[in-house]
Design a protein around this ligand. Structure first.
Ligand SMILES: [Fe+2]
Length: 242
């Protein structure tokens, strides 16, 4: 019996496009090799996803370039074709906001998705960048539409929901990790993601899948009543990318 058969297949996604994942083998802390990558892709397909926009890390710890990402992507596409796995896959990146990112931004050496040139970026979990407003301004002036990855995970915003409203007012879209609903990270993160949902601050939902441990949580989250609530309170843009 395959690993996937252990999970009930009633856990279906209400969107067809995932915009955040780590599926390219061995270039970040996501899928370690091609077999694991295929396993994750099949799990997402089983949940009903039709298109995956995968987003390897670009950071100090994972110093990927546009070339390493595109090379890895080409190999993965080839393998999917070889195995006759029918799912659309695109690639962008998840940029960590640091000096290297600002350099890439200056050179317009950025992988984006959608006609809006969506740029997925993340922040330090523990330290608020001193110049966040100007970084956002720079991203926008460079012609990109910023999407902040998992806003619920930044501890320095947790006690002040007005910070989220402020960032949104600067033109940043929010992508929550919907496994945050099922307490994957911490109770505090779960509470914050609920607030973001209730306040209608969510624009995209993402799996942010790294390894097989996520699969169980993703399926659990898809079954939670809160998951459905996201769509009642927010305009979710994932499927505009189909
Ligand atoms: Fe990620």
């Amino acid at each position: 019996m395959s690993f996937l058969k252990f999970f009930d297949s009633n856990s279906k996604s209400l969107v067809s496009v995932d915009i955040h994942s780590h599926l390219i083998p061995s270039i970040d802390d996501g899928a370690k090799d091609m077999e694991r990558s295929i396993e994750l892709i099949l799990a997402l397909k089983d949940m009903g996803y039709k298109k995956l926009i995968t987003t390897p890390h670009v950071s100090d710890m994972f110093p990927n370039s546009t070339k390493t990402i595109l090379d890895g992507y080409a190999n993965l596409k080839l393998e999917l074709k070889k195995r006759d796995i029918d799912i659309e896959i695109e690639v962008a990146a998840e940029y960590y906001a640091d000096d290297t990112f600002e350099e890439l931004l200056k050179n317009r050496d950025i992988l984006t998705f959608g006609k809006e040139k969506y740029l997925l970026f993340e922040l330090s979990y523990f330290t608020l960048p001193s110049d966040l407003d100007s970084l956002i301004h720079e991203i926008k002036m460079s012609g990109y539409t910023p999407i902040l990855a998992h806003p619920e995970r930044y501890v320095y915003f947790h006690n002040d929901i007005s910070q989220y409203h402020h960032i949104k007012s600067l033109g940043v879209l929010f992508q929550i990790n919907f496994i945050s609903l099922e307490n994957y990270y911490s109770l505090e993160v779960t509470n914050v993601v609920k607030k973001l949902i209730v306040e209608g601050l969510v624009d995209f939902i993402g799996s942010d899948i790294h390894h097989r441990r996520y699969i169980k949580f993703l399926k659990k989250s898809l079954n939670s009543s809160l998951y459905k609530k996201i769509f009642k309170k927010n305009t979710i843009l994932n499927d505009s990318l189909l």
